[in-house]
Design a protein around this ligand. Sequence first.
Ligand code: MN
Length: 295
Amino acid sequence: MENKSKLGVHALVWVGGWSHEECRTAITKTAELGYDYIEIPALDPSSIDVKYTHTQLKENNLGATVSLGLPRHADISSEDPEVVARGESILIDALNVTRDIGGTHMCGVLFSALTKYMHPKTERGINNSAEILYRIAEKAKTAEVAIGIEVINRYETNLINTGAEAMEMLKLIGSNNVSVHLDSYHMNIEESGLGNAIRGCAKRLGYFHIGESHRGYLGTGNIDFRDIFKALLDIGYTGPITFESFSSAIVAPDLSNILGIWRNLWEDSYDLARHAKEFIEVQQKSAQETFRNEH
Ligand code: MN
């Protein structure tokens, strides 16, 4: 049993924005550490210089994925058609950016706003979200971009907080180009068990965020990574794994404030990202060893 997952790092480990200099820095350092791809946040798709980014990626022989969450005024799980339409248009813009930089995946909180809701989800809202995501997913097929819906905690969406809820949503969307995107940081808050949540998604898991309980250095919080990597191996997961970590040392005002990144958990991006890659590879090896002993 081999680990075929590509490893990536979230751009916010390096930079808070996407100026040419920030783009170059993030891409060259990610490539230097031997990661396969970089995950670029596109809350505002127009902030990404597509041509420049594509060139930098090519020059560094690095892959890319794109992630985003929708703003309140463009929430596709709203009951207001105008708000829903604004959300669809952001998703289309982000999809075009993903395609044009040569990205393979678009994922994150594509199904609702990324915010603290003060009310539960509604039936009409869920149906709106599923309908739009079907259209986006079908459009994405032509662009050869895979869509992932990220399961996040209750303080950041009211729509999908568990892997089981994401599986229900996939049924409702009804496109084979959408998969579940899990994140260990959020799973630690919401799931009954980490490994079991992964097994519950099995073949429909298409993207994975690896992050600590405090979103800092892997292995310094309380997440049971053995359970996670064993489960990924058990289901034969071969999709991307992105290291995601945030510190007040590097701020993207739109994203960092929503996520509540108030504490300084690290200063040295390079050391953090180098450590994360090594940590993931060690976990993968040890999971393989356990797997072999079982079979
Ligand atoms: Mn995440």
